[in-house]
Design a protein around this ligand. Structure first.
Ligand SMILES: [Zn+2]
Ligand SMILES: [Zn+2]
Length: 355
């Protein structure tokens, strides 16, 4: 077994190089990585070398969405054995602070998150990882879909925090990857009506394929007017802002129904001016979310039970050797690709299903 990593060597540059084969320390497993999804944050780091205060100042391995097979276990690991199909959750919380003990481990101040400087990511052939943040993947769920559980977890957490349920009407502002995962999550949680708004037609086509009943082409139609027209003037019970854009945030405030909820999913990196009184008189709840917590098992169960079908996202695959190209291509085709995935080892599905 030889380890290799796709390492970012500069802005927009990445190369494959040999690296040491990891040896599991007590409590760790070593995973042979089969698939790695490219996240918006990975692309941002690749292009700009930083996100807010997180700066890449050395050759750096990106990637935090992956799935693979256990090849070695460290001392004390009893719940995994070589051959197990697994998905690691990319954040390792301290486990002992107040946030961790209270179950809100995504808010742990000492979280070590893959591909968030200073912690390298998983775009490598072999990865040592704490077993306590690794989950079994049932045979019925392809490893390819396993690598999409992380962004799906964001959508599920957003939907859960917003109170998604049967009878609700949701508007998703932004039809990018996270918007689409939020759509799948809302649908699985029973949301009755799903409306998606985006500037690009191709993204709206994706949204319809994934289950949106109505779409709004924001480059041609006023989003707020369209939402109000579709809801008889009432607005939407749930508004998910997934674009991380001040304009869509303002729209979110204006198309939320009385007693509704605005879920802030997209990163708002710049200061924004908000008129709060219209929200106050309608008691609109504003719910920011940060990553997710306690949701990988729910996502895995939903995939295994067929409640969520990730094949609808039609991911684009790229070989590991072309990791740099995968990033460049995904950045250039961001309007149409829901998910790009780097394939290190192809999973033979017929073999897995018949096992
Ligand atoms: Zn991600
Ligand atoms: Zn903690």
């Amino acid at each position: 077994m030889k380890n290799q990593e796709a390492i970012m060597t500069g802005l927009g540059r990445m190369k494959i190089q040999d690296c040491p084969m990891p040896v599991p320390t007590p409590g760790e497993v070593v995973i042979e990585i089969h698939y790695v999804g490219i996240c918006g944050s990975d692309m941002h780091f690749f292009q700009y070398g930083r996100i807010g205060s997180k700066v890449i100042d050395r050759p750096f391995v990106l990637g935090h969405e992956c799935a693979g097979i256990v090849v070695a276990v460290g001392e004390g690991v009893t719940e995994f054995a070589p051959g197990d199909r697994v998905v690691p959750e990319p954040g390792v919380p301290c486990g002992s602070c107040e946030m961790c003990k209270g179950g809100h481990y995504n808010l742990c101040p000492d979280m070590r998150f893959m591909a968030s400087p200073p912690n390298d990511g998983c775009l490598r052939r072999y990865l040592a990882y704490p077993a306590r943040m690794v989950f079994h993947l049932p045979d019925s769920v392809p490893l390819l879909h396993g690598a999409m559980i992380e962004p799906l977890a964001v959508g599920l957490h957003a939907a859960r925090m917003g109170g998604a349920q049967l009878g609700k009407c949701a508007v998703i502002l932004g039809g990018g990857p996270i918007g689409m995962m939020t759509l799948l999550a809302c649908r699985a949680m029973g949301v009755s009506r799903l409306i998606v708004a985006d500037l690009f037609e191709k993204r709206l086509q994706n949204a319809v394929r994934l289950g949106a009943q109505e779409t709004i082409l924001a480059s041609e139609t006023d989003t707020v007017e369209a939402v109000l027209a579709l809801t008889g003037g009432a607005g939407a019970d749930l508004v998910f802002e997934t674009a991380g854009n001040p304009v869509t945030l303002q729209q979110a405030c204006r198309c939320a129904a009385r007693g509704g909820c605005i879920v802030l999913v997209g990163n708002q990196t710049a200061p924004v001016e908000l008129e709060l009184m219209p929200l106050m008189v309608r008691e609109v709840r504003v719910q920011p979310i940060y990553r997710y917590r306690n949701i990988f098992p729910i996502a895995i169960e939903a995939l295994a039970a067929g409640r969520i079908d990730l094949s609808l996202t039609e991911p684009s695959l790229f070989p590991f050797e072309q990791a740099e190209h995968a990033f460049q291509y995904t950045i250039a085709h961001g309007q149409s690709i829901i998910k790009s995935i780097v394939e290190l080892i192809h999973e033979d599905r017929t073999e897995v299903v018949s096992k």
